[in-house]
Design a binder for this molecule. Structure first.
Ligand code: COA
Length: 153
């Protein structure tokens, strides 16, 4: 997603610094190791035979909880691809992984990102003050939570 790197980087600073093939290979290597260790599930999002984004589940086994992170190429926004991807990952997390709780944190000003947990029935649980540093400014994060029993099956 090199062509969306600046756009994604406006919310996820790592995107500004990961443009080379080596960066992608290192990311794949790290995520495969985390998957083998049971601490993460990362997936590419494919749309019409193109890799358009990624989604990841960061797992805390002791608490049977996880958080979800995501990004998609700018050209593929607005089609519900990420909402559908989250739905699939959540179903997997509560089903296969038997997790109890899933969290999504988004920057207060990131309306598109916040719309996803809101659309999927997460509860807004709180605001973490000045938790995320973006362009030398500390931004508030909004925490959304969803429990296993709240997920429609
Ligand atoms: C956050 C991000 C993934 C949201 O992407 P998105 O395309 O808006 O999200 P969705 O795939 O859920 O699409 C929702 C849009 O598709 C529309 N849509 C179409 N079909 C839909 C469907 N079947 N289900 C849900 N929404 C659908 C919705 O109405 C909504 O449209 P709107 O933008 O006009 O309101 C994207 O903006 C992004 O990658 N941003 C940069 C990185 C980032 O901020 N990551 C998150 C950090 S916390």
């Amino acid at each position: 997603m090199v062509d969306s790197a600046d756009y994604i980087g406006a919310w996820l600073p790592f995107a500004k610094h990961t443009r080379a093939v080596e960066d992608t290979l290192a990311f794949i290597d790290t995520t495969l190791r985390s998957f083998a260790a049971g601490s993460e599930v990362n997936a590419g999002i494919w749309y019409q035979d193109k890799l358009v984004g990624t989604i990841g589940l960061h797992i805390n086994r002791s608490n049977q909880s996880a958080s979800i992170g995501y990004w998609i190429g700018q050209a593929y926004e607005g089609r519900g691809i990420m909402t559908r991807s989250c739905r699939a990952l959540i179903t997997y997390a509560f089903g296969e992984l038997a997790l109890h709780r899933i969290e999504i944190r988004a920057n207060m000003g990131n309306t598109r990102s916040r719309a996803i947990p809101e659309r999927l029935g997460f509860q807004q649980e709180g605001i973490i003050r000045e938790a995320f540093k973006l362009d030398d400014e500390f931004n508030d994060s909004v925490v959304y939570g969803l429990l296993d029993r709240e997920w429609p099956r």
